[in-house]
Ligand binder design. Sequence first.
Ligand code: COA
Length: 254
Amino acid sequence: MSDILTHIDAGVMTITFNRLDKKNSITSTMYAAMADAVEQARTDASVKVVVFQGHETIFSAGNDIGDFLNQPPSTQESPVFRFLRGIATLEKIVLAAVAGPAVGIGTTMLFHCDLVYAGDNAVFSMPFVNLGLCPEAASSLLAPRMFGYHRAAEALLLGEPFFAEAAQEVGLVNRVVPPTEVNGYAQAQARKLAAKPLSSLIETKRLMKGSYQQEVLQKMDEEGQSFGRMLREPAAKEAFGAFMEKRKPDFSKL
Ligand code: COA
């Protein structure tokens, strides 16, 4: 079965991470499938709402580290950047249902969702610094704006995880429910939205987000260039090497 499942029903496109054995970490093939699904949602008149979901034990462990090392995103047309631009510019409504860990892009993609529901076991983290990298998905712009600078600095500089309740407090999560209920709850909310007039949904979203979309895309571009360069530098090589060898990274000389 595919690592990304896409399903359309009653105006709702559901995109499911389906790679449990690797903790729903995302390969470039998966990003390409997600980017294509988002483009389909954009043009398919039968889709009003998109829902991203994982499993009740894990949303996503972020980028697949081995795949990232083998085929780092080299241009703005790389699947990961195509996917990020896609969700950042999708006019239709985007929801996420998060249970368990949401690492790296598993958290940063949520800044581009309109509504986020979390299981009480959800753990969010943006450990880019710990991987010798820098933020992506415009999180360096959107996290300080949403959380306030100091709380964003804690999440992005220390890279420490934060839990569902804290995520709700800073405004990243709308509602916390039991992990076994989060996908169902998000589906129910998506269906409520899908019963509303699409033109009103689209216009309301545009009025709320349209004025800073260009700024978001510019920041994604800037981050993408730094991220691509840093991926080839010693700190990231040490961090990724350590992950593959199941040891702690040593940044003492970096
Ligand atoms: N890329 C590639 N493989 C990954 C992965 C990732 N991001 N995250 C987990 N996996 C793999 C592990 O290597 C392991 O594979 P194996 O069974 O072949 O050894 C398998 O998934 C299970 O992972 P494990 O770490 O044993 O699960 P866990 O439940 O103890 O921990 C996480 C789950 C998500 C907390 C932990 O896997 C993790 O921190 N992953 C790395 C996250 C990360 O740094 N992402 C990059 C962000 S840019």
